[in-house]
Design a protein around this ligand. Structure first.
Ligand code: NAD
Length: 351
């Protein structure tokens, strides 16, 4: 592995590595940027075939968190951690306790949270040894599941796009196609239904779509072609990379606004959407509601109403992105990156 080449490709930053033979812990903490404050980002606990894959994952994801925090006006930098899941038997509690000590040694430079493969119980284990963890169970004083806040932010961003692109101040009768009615997709449908939107939904899990049909009067549509539906807004809320060479030519919606991470298979697909006159809400800007909420918890003075109020401002962020993109004829993904970089540059000047 060309370690420094890899770091420089991702514009790093700092990387901390910990090995603890007693518990079997092998962990990487990537702190991409801390100009705005302590790095914040989840902890992944999955199998990696090669150490290099784990390193790449940590570097890439932490960089994404820098942009997400910056565009959302948070005083946090971007960080991410990965714990390489052992192949054989292991003591989960010992592993996460050891990881907690690793965080404690960093003295608050990085704050962790739940991510793929980790659970609230793991966060509790970490919390027993360090306070540098957020997204804790509400019964232990935390803010709990971030999904409703993510959905609220997506709804607000979607409203901004609808107002900008369609000139409509209300979602009454606006047709939204939601792909993936899991945690965020479900709460998003609830938000949109309450505001009178017409919903079409798809999911690989038929029970989820049936429940959405019953609860929100949604029409269940084919999961393989939902992106091509004649609707106002397409909301990808399942997996990433759904906006690609295959799907883009078929898209009829003039707005794409959903919760999924890494929606563009490549940046050039964002350029393509722009060329086609489709307003794409950059994923990390519109889906930051959950991060805003866990950041509020991390501040130590959690207030759900204040957090909600901050999430509502995602409307302004998305409206500004849409406006700047139209004025400059620059794709929205690029405008969003530039806005985040401007905030980071302003922070460098202050420091
Ligand atoms: P989830 O696992 O609860 O829901 C995902 C849903 O998508 C499930 O219902 C699943 O059956 C469905 N699905 C999976 N593969 C599919 C496919 N190929 N086609 C259609 N449906 C499929 O996850 P979530 O927490 O709701 O997150 C959804 C997306 O939003 C993810 O990309 C996630 O990274 C992103 N996101 C989530 C949050 C959050 O607060 N949970 C925050 C930011 C971004």
């Amino acid at each position: 592995m060309d370690l420094f080449g890899l770091l420089s490709d991702h514009q790093y930053g700092q990387v901390f590595v910990q090995v603890d033979p007693a518990s079997g812990l092998r962990a990487i903490i990537a702190v991409h940027d801390s100009r705005l404050g302590p790095a914040l980002g989840g902890c992944r606990f999955i199998h990696y075939d090669r150490d290099e894959d784990a390193m790449r994952d940590a570097l890439r994801l932490a960089r994404g968190m820098t942009y997400k925090a910056a565009i959302s006006g948070l005083n946090h930098g971007g960080g991410k951690s990965v714990i390489l899941k052992p192949r054989g038997e292991f003591d989960r509690k010992a592993l996460f306790t050891s990881f907690g000590r690793f965080l404690e040694d960093l003295g608050g430079h990085y704050v962790t949270a739940e991510d793929s493969g980790t659970s609230m119980e793991d966060m509790e284990t970490i919390r027993a040894v360090t306070k540098n963890v957020t997204g804790i169970d509400p019964k232990n004083g935390g803010s709990g599941d971030p999904s409703p806040f993510t959905a609220l932010g997506v709804r607000r961003g979607l409203e901004a796009c609808v107002e900008y692109k369609l000139g409509r101040k209300s979602l009454e009768g606006v047709h939204v196609a939601v792909k993936g009615v899991g945690h965020v997709g479900w709460y998003l449908c609830r938000e949109l239904h309450a505001l009178g939107a017409k919903l079409s939904v798809s999911d690989i899990d038929a029970a989820r779509t049936q429940a959405a049909a019953q609860e929100f009067g949604a029409t269940v549509v084919d999961n393989d072609t939902i992106h091509a539906l004649g609707c106002d807004v397409y909301a990808p809320c399942a997996l990433g990379a759904g906006l690609n060479d295959e799907t883009i030519p078929a898209i009829q919606a003039t707005i794409i606004a959903g919760a999924a991470n890494n929606q563009l298979a490549e940046s050039r697909h964002g350029d393509e959407l722009h060329k086609r006159g489709i307003l794409y809400a950059p994923d990390y800007a519109i889906n930051a509601g959950g991060l805003v909420n866990v950041a509020a918890e991390a501040s130590g003075a959690y207030n759900a109403d204040a957090s909600r109020a901050k999430v509502l401002t995602i409307y302004d962020t998305l409206f500004t992105i849409a406006e700047r993109s139209a004025k400059t004829n620059i794709p929205t993904w690029k405008v969003s990156d530039t806005m985040a970089e401007e905030r980071l540059a302003a922070a460098s000047k202050k420091n």
